[in-house]
Design a protein around this ligand. Structure first.
Ligand code: SF4
Ligand code: SF4
Ligand code: SF4
Length: 792
C-alpha cells in the first residue's frame, strides 16, 4: 500500500479523565501528539500533495522527451566506490553495471542534492533560530498585498503555512525527500539516466520549497521588506570603504543571523546604526540580507571579491557564516592581521570553540593575537565579540590598510622570472605573467586592467615559484580605479505582490510584456561582472520584467549607463514592464519561480494546492520567463536552475556552466517532440520551438541576449505578443549577426506575427524559405491529457 503523508497541524493534547480496557485502567491521562492530521479546506487538496520521488515522474518524462539530456562528460572514469575506479569509455560499463550516460545523470543528481541540502539546512537553521526567539506560533504575515504567501509550499506540499512552526514542518518533508534522493545515488541503485534526471528535477523542486521557507522565515522574523518595490537603495562596491577610518566588520556567507545580532548589539551599545561608529559590510548573500535588515549596512560585492577585499586589509574583523566562503579565509585574513569569527557548525576552520567563554576574554584573545580565529556558535555573543574586537583592533591595524606604492609594487614584482606558470594556471587565461613582468619595469596599467576580469581565485599565486603576491599587486595597481567603484543596489525586496501579479498576468501570458528575465547564480563570470548589468539594463530598457538575486543582483549594480546611473537608479523596483527587481539573496530565488506559479494561480485561477503538473504545464506553455545563470555554476545554482526547469522555465548558462556537463536540448528537426494537445479539441498540434531548449549554454554575452529573447516565446503568445517578442529577437540577432535569424520560419506562425518594422524584409525571407502559415494559429496548449476538455 502506498502511504502518502497527509496535511498535519499541531502540536495537540488529548486529556482523558478515566480509561478502562480489559487490561488497563488509567486516570487523568494526557496524551501529547506532535502534529495532528487534519485537513484545512482553504482549497480542495490537489492530486499530488507532498510528492515522493516518483509522484511526478510522468511529468518529468514528458518534459524530457521534448528536452533531452545532452551530456558533456569531463571525465569518463567513475571513482565513486571501491569496486572502481571503472573505465566507462567506448560503451563500457562499470563493475556495478553503470554506463557513462547514467553516471553523468547521477553526478547531476548528486550536485542537485548538495544544492538542495545546503538551502534546506540553511532554512532549518534560520527557522530553528527564530523558533527559539519567537516560538512556533509566530505568524507568517507578509502584509495586505500578499495573500498567496508561499506559492511553492502550497503547490508542492498542499500546506498553507501560517506560522513559523508550519515552516518547520514543511522542512521535515524537504529533508526526507533529499535523503531519499541522495540515497538513490549509492552504488547499485538507480540504473536509468532519465530516472536519475527525474530525481534531480524532484530534489531541485524541493530546493525551491526550502528556499521559500528560508526567505519567508527571515522576512517575517527580521522584518525585511515584504515585497516593497521601493526598498531603499544601498551602497555597494569595492571602493565604498576604501577611505574609511571607522572600524569595519565584514560578513561573508549566506546566513544572516549573526549579522543581525551584530547590528542589534551595535544599536543596543549606543553606537548608533550600522555605519555610524562601526561599518558593517558584506560579501555574498549575507550582504543582501543584512541590507534588508538595515539599509545602513553595505554590499561590497559578490563571491569573487572575497580574496581581494580580505587581502586589502580594510576589514578589521571577518565573520564567516556558511556557503560559498573561501576555505582559505583564515590565512588570507591572517596575512593582514584580521581576526576571523566562524559562527556556523558547517564552517569551523579548525578554530577553538569559545562559545562558552565570556565576551571580554574572547575579545582580548582576538585583539592580542592569541587567537587568529574563534568558533562562536552563540550568535548573540558572536555579534558582541565582532563589534568590540573591531573597535579595539582597528587603531592597531592601520598599517595593514596601507596600499603599496609604485616603488613597492615594482620591488615585490622584481623576482618574476617570466615563467608563465601563473597564466597557465589561470582559469580565465588572463595575461598575468605579462602584467607582473611589466610591473617589474614600474608599468602598472596591465595589472590594473586585470582587476576587473580577475576572479580572485588565487590560482596564479599558488603556482608562482617566486611567491609573488600577484593579487595584492593587482589591488595596488588598481587602487585609483577601485576607489571609484561605488554603486547602488536596491535592497532585496523579497516576494512579488499579489497585486502586481494581477496587473501583469494578462500581458505576460498574452506575450505583450515580452518576457520575464531572471539573472541568478554566482559571480566568476567569463568577463567582468558588469556584463550582467549590461544585459539586465538592455532587457529592462526593452520593457521586459527583469528580476535578479544573489551575486547577479550585486553585479547588475556595477553597471552605469551614459548618464552615470546604475540600473537600480535607472529602473523602478516594480514587477512590471521595464522594472528591475532585486528579490534578495539566493534563497529569495524562490520568489522568482514563485511569481510564475502565482501567475498561473492568481491570474489564470488554476488550482494551486498540490497541483504541480498542471501549474508547471501552464508555466511551460504560457509564462514567457527565462533564467540566466551567467557566472560559475555552484551546486546550489545547479539545483536552483533544475528547479526552474521542472516548473517549465528555461535557463541559459554562461560558458563556465558547461562544467556541469548536462544540457536539456530541444530538437527542432523532431517535429513530433514539439506537439502538444489542444485542450479545446484533444488534437495534437505543432507549437514550434517555443521555448526551444530548457537548458542552453551561451558562449558570449551577445549570444546570451539573443537566446534570452528567443526563450521567452511561448505557444500561447497572441499574434500581437509574438510580434513584440519577434521584434526584440530580430533586433538583437541583427545586431550580433548582421542578418535575420535562420529559424524565423519556425517562430512565425501567421503573417500577423511578423513585426511591422521588418515586415517586407521578413516576408521576403519567409517566402524564400518556403514558409507556410500554421493551420491552427491559436491553441490552448497542454501536455496533460486530463486537461483536455472536449475530445474529437
Ligand atoms: S559506482 Fe559503479 S561505476 Fe562507479 S566506481 Fe563503483 S562500481 Fe565503478
Ligand atoms: S608564475 Fe610568478 S615568476 Fe612566473 S611569470 Fe608568473 S609572476 Fe612571474
Ligand atoms: S586570481 Fe585572477 S589572475 Fe590569478 S589565476 Fe585567478 S583569475 Fe587568474
Amino acid at each position: 500500500m502506498l502511504v502518502r503523508p497527509s496535511m498535519e497541524r499541531g502540536p495537540a493534547k488529548i486529556s482523558v479523565k478515566e480509561l478502562r480496557t480489559g487490561t488497563l485502567y488509567a486516570k487523568d491521562l494526557e496524551v501529547a501528539i506532535g502534529r495532528l492530521a487534519m485537513e484545512e479546506e482553504w482549497e480542495p487538496m490537489g492530486p499530488t500533495p507532498m510528492p515522493s520521488l516518483t509522484t511526478l515522474r510522468s511529468w518529468d518524462r514528458k518534459l524530457l522527451s521534448r528536452y533531452t539530456p545532452f551530456y558533456m562528460p569531463f571525465c569518463d572514469l567513475c571513482c565513486l566506490c571501491t569496486y572502481g575506479k571503472c573505465d566507462l569509455t567506448r560503451g563500457k560499463k562499470g563493475a556495478c553495471g553503470l554506463d557513462l550516460r547514467t553516471q553523468q545523470a547521477r553526478i547531476i543528481l548528486i550536485a542537485c542534492c548538495i544544492g538542495a541540502s545546503t538551502h534546506t539546512a540553511h532554512a532549518r537553521h534560520l527557522v530553528h533560530y527564530l523558533l527559539e526567539k519567537y516560538g512556533p506560533d509566530y505568524p507568517i504575515n507578509l502584509g495586505t498585498e500578499i495573500e498567496v504567501e508561499a506559492p511553492h509550499i502550497r503547490l508542492v506540499t498542499g500546506i498553507r503555512p501560517k506560522t513559523l512552526g508550519d515552516l518547520a514542518h514543511v522542512l521535515n518533508y524537504c529533508e526526507e525527500q533529499i535523503t531519499h534522493s541522495l540515497a538513490a545515488t549509492h552504488t547499485g541503485q538507480e540504473g536509468d539516466y532519465i530516472d536519475y534526471e527525474s530525481k534531480a528535477l524532484h530534489v531541485s523542486m524541493i530546493d525551491h520549497v526550502a528556499m521559500e521557507a528560508a526567505d519567508i522565515a527571515q522576512v517575517v522574523g527580521f522584518n525585511f521588506p515584504k515585497g516593497d518595490p521601493n526598498a531603499p537603495l544601498v551602497e555597494s562596491g569595492l571602493g565604498i570603504l576604501a577611505d574609511t577610518t571607522k572600524p569595519v566588520v565584514l560578513l561573508i556567507g549566506h546566513n544572516v543571523c549573526a549579522g543581525v545580532e551584530l547590528v542589534d548589539y551595535i544599536r543596543k551599545a549606543g553606537l548608533g546604526e550600522a555605519g555610524t561608529s562601526v561599518e558593517v559590510a558584506g560579501i555574498c548573500c549575507t550582504s543582501h540580507d543584512i541590507t534588508r535588515y538595515t539599509s545602513k549596512a553595505k554590499i561590497i560585492g559578490p563571491i569573487s571579491y572575497q580574496s581581494k577585499f580580505v587581502r586589502s586589509g580594510i576589514a578589521d574583523v571577518v565573520v564567516v557564516d556558511e556557503q560559498c566562503i573561501r576555505t582559505d579565509i583564515p590565512s588570507l585574513a591572517a596575512s593582514v592581521n584580521t581576526p576571523v569569527i566562524a559562527v556556523s557548525e558547517k564552517v569551523c576552520y579548525g578554530f577553538p570553540d569559545v562559545s562558552d567563554e565570556p565576551v571580554d576574554r574572547i575579545v582580548d584573545m582576538l585583539v592580542t593575537g592569541k587567537l587568529k580565529g574563534a568558533l562562536i556558535l552563540d550568535l548573540e555573543k558572536a555579534g558582541a565579540v565582532a563589534a568590540l574586537t573591531a573597535i579595539r583592533i582597528a587603531p592597531l591595524r592601520r598599517k595593514f590598510k596601507a596600499i603599496p606604492d609604485v616603488e613597492k609594487v615594482r620591488e615585490l614584482a622584481s623576482p618574476c622570472t617570466y615563467c608563465h606558470r601563473c597564466r597557465r594556471n589561470c582559469p580565465s587565461d588572463l595575461p598575468v605573467s605579462d602584467a607582473v613582468n611589466a610591473a617589474k619595469q614600474g608599468v602598472l596599467d596591465k595589472l590594473a586592467d586585470l582587476h576587473d576580469v580577475c576572479l580572485g581565485c588565487l590560482r596564479c599565486e599558488s603556482e608562482c615559484p617566486q611567491k609573488i603576491p600577484i593579487l595584492s599587486l593587482m589591488e595596488a595597481a588598481a587602487q585609483h580605479k577601485i576607489k571609484t567603484e561605488k554603486y547602488k543596489v536596491r535592497a532585496g525586496r523579497g516576494p512579488i505582490l499579489d497585486t502586481e501579479i494581477r496587473e501583469v498576468g494578462s500581458p505576460i501570458v498574452l506575450g505583450e510584456i515580452p518576457g520575464v528575465v531572471a539573472y541568478v547564480g554566482c559571480a566568476n563570470y567569463p568577463g567582468a561582472g558588469r556584463d550582467v548589468g549590461e544585459m539586465a539594463y538592455e532587457f529592462a530598457k526593452r520593457g521586459y520584467i527583469v528580476v535578479a538575486s544573489g551575486c547577479s543582483a550585486m553585479s547588475i549594480g556595477e553597471y552605469r549607463d551614459e548618464e552615470g546611473r546604475t540600473p537600480y537608479e535607472a529602473f523602478p523596483g516594480v514587477f512590471d514592464r521595464g522594472g528591475l527587481v532585486n528579490v534578495g539573496s539566493c534563497v529569495a530565488n524562490a520568489h522568482i519561480s514563485g511569481a510564475a506559479i502565482k501567475i498561473a494561480s492568481i491570474f489564470a485561477r488554476r488550482k494551486l494546492r498540490a497541483n504541480y503538473e498542471e501549474i508547471a504545464d501552464y508555466v511551460l506553455h504560457r509564462v514567457g520567463a527565462c533564467g540566466v545563470a551567467w557566472g560559475a555554476y555552484s551546486q546550489k545554482a545547479a539545483s536552483i536552475a533544475t528547479g526552474y526547469n521542472r516548473l517549465g522555465i528555461p535557463v541559459i548558462i554562461g560558458p563556465q556552466g558547461s562544467k556541469y556537463r548536462r544540457l536539456y536540448l530541444g530538437r527542432v528537426e523532431d517535429v513530433a517532440s514539439f506537439e502538444t494537445y489542444d485542450a479545446r479539441t484533444g488534437q495534437k498540434v505543432y507549437i514550434g520551438p517555443a521555448p526551444e531548449h530548457l537548458v542552453y549554454i551561451a558562449e558570449t554575452k551577445e549570444e546570451c541576449m539573443v537566446w534570452t529573447a528567443k526563450l521567452c516565446m511561448r505557444p500561447n503568445d497572441t499574434t500581437k505578443g509574438r510580434m513584440i517578442k519577434l521584434t526584440h529577437y530580430i533586433d538583437l540577432y541583427r545586431r550580433l549577426y548582421g542578418r535575420l535569424p535562420d529559424d524565423l520560419p519556425l517562430l512565425v506562425r501567421t503573417e500577423a506575427d511578423v513585426p511591422i518594422t521588418f515586415k517586407d524584409e521578413v516576408m521576403d525571407f519567409l517566402k524564400g524559405r518556403g514558409w507556410k502559415p500554421a493551420e491552427v494559429p491559436s491553441i490552448d496548449p497542454t501536455l496533460l491529457e486530463r486537461l483536455i476538455r472536449v475530445r474529437k
